[in-house]
Design a protein around this ligand. Structure first.
Ligand code: AHG
Ligand code: MN
Ligand code: MN
Ligand code: MN
Length: 325
């Protein structure tokens, strides 16, 4: 079975990027171990690394953030980091050539019920002119990403990643610690009858989304003339993994509750990396008013509406937005 390294080489990734990805994944393997310890993580985990000494009482998402931050800072490849768990950009090596953004633990409320969680990341070039503590270099559209992916901490630990030459899925072989290619060139079926949305927010959606979901619910009795099934993992990594494996769509749409938060999910740490993976697998990634990867961020923790997945179904959804505009 092919190893991650050979696939990255085949996809033309430069050596330094490959080394950075391997470093990042070393951090994720440590997170995988912590996560697998469950409620014991704070007790037994402290024997594993000095970096998190004294932080054993912290929640797993804070521990995961610390692991990734320490690993990337020490690597030398990274100029600065932005993270869901950090208020500001974290300066690293002024000579580093890359910027890394991440959600250290996505779906972190699932830790309480031993359910799916993961780490989401993206990598971009660091501009030469950039001061490591300057957040403005992170305010570039997702089209500038050179790599993105997630590590899913499930029954097996899996990695989905793209460097812009297709999306590939790997499985962690815990016997030797390497990621092996188990699903090359993922291709999301254009059509689907499966969708994911938190329907308890229905009253806060825009009319277009209300109308679209009403027609999904009407099934074969409605204008769509087919029955749809619904799934919700409450961890975007889990829902997107299902979409990559068997098609479907995932939505966290515009929400009118708070004008400062047009959606729940964060552009840099969640929407952009997942959009890159989905597009590279032949799917679509939209906000309802434009392509996610073309959104120009105005601040690092910005939130956006997301509609991701099977091409024809996202287009069907967008036709409701057009009809209501
Ligand atoms: P995080 O745990 O990183 O804060 O992200 C949780 C996100 C995302 O993973 C998931 O799809 C969504 O929140 C779940 O939202 P609901 O609580 O509305 O189900
Ligand atoms: Mn998240
Ligand atoms: Mn998180
Ligand atoms: Mn969170």
């Amino acid at each position: 079975m092919k190893r991650l390294n050979s696939q990255l080489q085949q996809d033309g990734a430069p050596l330094e990027l490959i080394l950075l990805i391997r470093t990042l994944l070393a951090g994720c393997k440590e997170i995988a171990f912590r996560v697998s310890q469950g409620a014991l993580a704070g007790v037994l985990g402290s024997t594993l690394s000095e970096n998190v000494q004294g932080e054993t009482q912290k929640k797993l998402d804070v521990i995961s953030n610390q692991i990734l931050k320490d690993t990337l800072r020490e690597s030398g490849y990274v100029k600065a980091i932005s993270s869901e768990e950090e208020d500001d950009v974290v300066p690293c090596n002024p000579e580093g050539n890359y910027l890394v953004s991440f959600d250290p633990l996505d779906g972190s409320s699932n830790t309480e019920i031993n359910s799916l969680i993961g780490t989401i990341f993206s990598i971009a070039h660091a501009p030469q002119w950039m001061e490591p503590s300057d957040p403005s270099a992170f305010l570039q559209p997702g089209t500038q990403m050179v790599a993105a992916g997630y590590v899913l901490y499930g029954p097996s630990t899996m990695l989905a990643m793209t460097t812009g030459r297709g999306t590939h899925i790997y499985t962690l072989d815990k016997t030797h610690g390497g990621f092996l290619l188990t699903q090359p060139n993922v291709s999301i079926p254009a059509q689907t009858t499966e969708y994911a949305i938190n329907a308890s927010n229905q009253r806060h959606w825009e009319p277009a989304m209300q109308a679209y979901v009403a027609d999904l619910l009407a099934g074969s009795d409605g204008p769509r003339e087919k029955n749809f099934n619904m799934r919700w993992v409450a961890a975007m990594v889990g829902d997107i993994h299902r979409v990559l494996c068997r098609g479907g769509i995932f939505m966290y749409p515009y929400d009118k509750r708070d004008p400062d938060k047009p959606g729940k999910l964060r552009l840099l740490y969640e929407a952009n990396p997942m959009a890159f993976l989905i597009e590279q697998a032949g799917g679509l990634a939209h906000t309802g008013s434009g392509r996610i990867m073309e959104v120009m961020p105005t601040e690092i923790h910005q939130r956006v509406p997301v509609l991701l997945g099977s091409k024809d179904e996202i287009e069907a959804c967008l036709s409701y937005y057009k009809a209501h505009s």
